[in-house]
Design a binder for this molecule. Structure first.
Ligand SMILES: [Zn+2]
Ligand SMILES: [Zn+2]
Length: 802
């Protein structure tokens, strides 16, 4: 420990420590020999992260007496000794607590209290409570440096042990069955610690003090390899590892049980093997994530910014989306028409052991069939993935709660989550005022997450998936109950989407006897930004989205809302166009395309005039006529302001495809072809009508775009002009809102902002025009963030009404 290092008096992650700083200033003038007693209240992420042993260690070293315990609000320390020693303690606490990757001190308050005469030592009061239910369970963390060093050390008793972990790393959330967070309530209860492990577990000065997953080769979980029928091929640890890597090098598909579930692994440089995985997994087009064991390797294939490197190496170890290098040797079928690679570094000891056998890069995709929930049980894996994987690398540390890899990308130079799961969940979002009643928010149907509000914490679930899949829906229901129990939440208020057809809404409404608050989809999007930033609004909210149910029964999707947590006003939106065919409209680009063309050309729109354009759409003439008739007569159509569908239509017009095999496939194809350095854009109009929201009219844009296609202008330039037009239109909308409402803060959210080009360009434009810009960082800007927004709105309503 170096006390000089501690002189930067700030919390981990750069949080300012106001009261500590004041205290230290006071100390400079104090009497050195004076014995005093102080009560120190530390708030933030300080439970379940080895904080109390760190406190004990420093107090012991400095000869201070007193005690430490967990409290509902954080950690309470009573400290007695000389002024200078106490001051040094506070400084060292910052640097010591920084050792744990997840520790984060938000505030540190000190109060002078009466000296206790007969006290001579420092103790951890374990008896009190172990902390709140919500704070005990932390996220799963990537293997730490210390553990990796031990694993590589031939003299260490955990040499080569694939389940090595300590207080600073390893599984948490995925192995917890119940609280209190003790070994007996985790799946590690099946293993009795050997004497060596037990000694470390109970030694307060040890890195493994109370680390629940502590184990070694003698007492802990074991590995084995089976064929795809479950017949054991190998059980000896080192041979299992070498045999698995041989299979992978041979182009075989191996299901590998990891931290949060099974991965399907295959050599990412072997195109035939990757194609085979694609066919067997019934995943036609969606890009696969990849894993490597060092950053240098990733840099061979992708462009890694400093920010991206920090993320990749961080304790959460997410998949980071990186621009791919041209002509990289990654198999083409890993990603198709996407322009980015999703890479992560090894995060479990087992991954490192496999890669140590000269593996290059692996595809590591979720072990499931198409979009079903991730598989985490051994028997289920054999049953469901027996036809996909050639072999199974199994272990007997049960995963109680499956959790996907998280996905992050970089917007305006900062990380923004696209899928929030392993490493991030269940870390709460803190709010300033306590929820008066416990809240449950059901989320949205696509990319579902749900959320609980309790006290000053909003706890979002991990990514659950698309609820229309029956398996995912069951998983959703089970998960709600598991997390409700785990965090001891007793919801009195329910929040859900306004969409009457959402399964999540129906589930929420089925919970009888509870108050239900229905929240408009795009308001929830904007509220998710407000909740993250800890502000109440009002702000200018720009929601650029696929679809969400509007208060007028139309399907909204490109909205300018003057929004706070109290309420919202629809200031402007994309002018409605007709969308035929309900659910299929989000898959088949012909539907929004015909709707937009009809809107643009009115009665002049005749299919024969646009024959050249319609030819490239795979729908047959008959189908086109039916859709057109629907649009004209408004049969089975909805009025929509969806921006996502405009992307679909434009992608189809440019011949980039006609069908979204996975969500936003066509918009992604449109993004990837954008020509760089094009500043030109198409025209748009904002139409103001008395007592109506402002209308964004894109008819000029559509006409100019069609014209460019006819002129055979490059699709790359057309795509750039299209994106630039939308960025300019959204900026103009914000300008008019600023003028009219005297607001200067813009919050951006919605699935369309997963488009990096549009998001980056708009943020830059807004900042250049002196707006304060808020963007989703901690939760996805897509529907994965909806539940947080719903909870924040409900918490705010209840605050005013109870
Ligand atoms: Zn460790
Ligand atoms: Zn052991």
């Amino acid at each position: 420990m170096n006390p000089v290092r501690g002189h930067k008096v700030k919390g981990s992650n750069g949080m300012k420590l106001g009261s500590t700083q004041n205290f230290l200033m006071n100390c400079a003038f104090g009497n050195v020999d004076l014995v005093r007693r102080q009560k120190i209240i530390v708030a933030g992420r300080v439970q379940g992260v080895g904080f109390r042993p760190a406190v004990y260690g420093i107090a012991h070293l400095l000869g201070l007496s007193g005690f430490v315990y967990n409290d509902t609000k954080g950690v309470i320390i009573e400290l007695q000794g000389g002024d200078e020693k106490i001051a040094e303690f506070l400084v060292r606490l910052q640097s010591e607590s920084e050792k744990h990757p997840l520790a984060e001190i938000k505030s540190c308050e000190t109060i002078d209290i009466a000296v206790i005469e007969a006290e001579d030592k420092f103790t951890i009061k374990a008896s009190d409570s172990q902390g709140t239910a919500m704070s005990q369970v932390t996220a799963d963390i990537a293997t730490c440096r210390d553990c990796l060093t031990e694993m590589a050390d031939k003299n260490d008793f955990r040499y080569g042990y694939p389940f090595i972990s300590c207080t600073n790393c390893g599984p948490r959330y995925s192995i917890v069955k119940n609280i209190p967070y003790d070994r007996t309530n985790t799946t590690m209860s099946a293993f009795e610690m050997c004497d060596k492990c037990a000694a470390q577990y109970s030694d307060i000065t040890d890195r493994r003090f109370h680390a629940q997953p502590v184990a070694c080769g003698k007492c802990g979980p074991k590995l084995w390899l089976t064929n795809n029928r479950g017949k054991t091929i190998e059980t000896q640890m080192d041979k299992v590892i070498t045999e698995t890597t041989c299979l992978l090098q041979d182009g075989k598909i191996v299901a590998i049980k990891g931290l949060g579930g099974f991965h399907l692994a295959v050599d990412a440089l072997n195109n035939e093997a990757v194609k085979r995985l694609r066919e067997r997994k019934r995943r036609d087009h969606k890009p696969f994530a990849m894993m490597a064991d060092c950053i240098e390797k990733i840099k061979q294939y992708a462009i890694v910014s400093e920010q991206a490197e920090r993320l990749l190496k961080g304790p959460q170890s997410p998949i980071v989306l990186l621009p791919n290098k041209k002509n990289s040797s990654i198999a083409p079928s890993v990603t198709e028409r996407v322009g980015t690679y999703g890479f992560m570094l090894c995060y479990a000891p087992l991954h490192y052991l496999l890669f140590a056998q000269k593996l290059k890069v692996l595809v590591m995709t979720s072990g499931n069939i198409s979009d079903e929930p991730l598989i985490c049980k051994n028997e289920q894996a054999l049953e469901r993935l027996g036809d996909v994987a050639d072999a199974f690398l199994m272990h007997d540390r049960e995963i109680y709660r499956q959790i996907d890899d998280s996905i992050v990308h970089i917007i305006d130079g900062e990380p923004a989550l696209l899928r929030r799961a392993r490493g991030y969940v269940p870390a709460p979002i803190f709010i300033k005022e306590d929820c008066r009643q416990d809240i449950f928010a059901a989320g949205a149907d696509l990319k579902n997450t749900f959320c609980f509000g309790k006290q000053n914490q909003l706890i979002c679930s991990e990514h659950i998936g698309d609820l229309e899949d029956a398996e995912v829906y069951h998983h959703y229901i089970d998960s709600i109950e598991h997390l409700r129990k785990l965090f001891e939440v007793e919801p009195k208020v329910i929040a859900c989407d306004l969409h009457p057809g959402y399964l999540s809404t129906r589930y929420a409404l089925s919970l009888s006897g509870l108050r239900v608050i229905e929240v408009q989809h795009h308001w929830a999007h904007i509220a998710s930004v407000l909740a993250e930033k800890g502000i109440a609004g009002p702000v200018i909210g720009l929601a650029a989205d696929g679809t969400g149910y509007g208060t007028d029964g139309a399907i909204w999707g490109c909205e300018c809302l003057i929004a706070s947590l109290d309420d919202f006003e629809r200031f402007g939106h994309l002018a409605y166009y007709a969308l035929a065919g309900g659910d299929r409209a989000s898959k088949e680009a012909i539907r929004p395309m015909l709707g937009l063309l009809k809107k643009t050309y009115g009665n002049d729109f005749k299919p024969d005039r646009f024959g050249w354009l319609l030819e490239q759409i795979e729908a047959d003439a008959n189908k086109q006529n039916i859709i057109l008739e629907q649009v004209e007569k408004q049969i089975n159509t909805v009025e929509t302001s969806s921006l996502g569908r405009v992307f679909d239509a434009v992608a189809a017009m440019l011949g980039l495809g006609t069908y979204n095999h996975f969500e936003a496939q066509l918009p992604m194809a449109l993004e990837v072809i954008i020509a760089s350095d094009v500043e030109e854009r198409y025209d748009f109009e904002l139409i103001a009508q008395p007592s109506e929201p402002l209308q964004l009219d894109l008819r000029k844009m559509v006409k100019q775009l069609i014209c460019d296609i006819q002129k055979k202008l490059s699709v790359n330039v057309i795509s750039a002009k299209f994106h630039n037009c939308l960025a300019a239109a959204l900026l103009e909308m914000a300008e008019q809102a600023r003028e009219s409402k005297k607001l200067n803060t813009v919050a951006l959210s919605g699935g369309v902002f997963c488009n990096r080009y549009l998001a980056n360009r708009l943020v830059k434009l807004l900042k250049k025009n002196n707006f304060r810009v808020l963007f989703n960082r901690d939760v996805p800007s897509n529907d994965g963030g909806i539940s947080l927004g719903q909870t924040a709105i409900a918490a705010n309503l209840v605050k005013h009404q109870v």
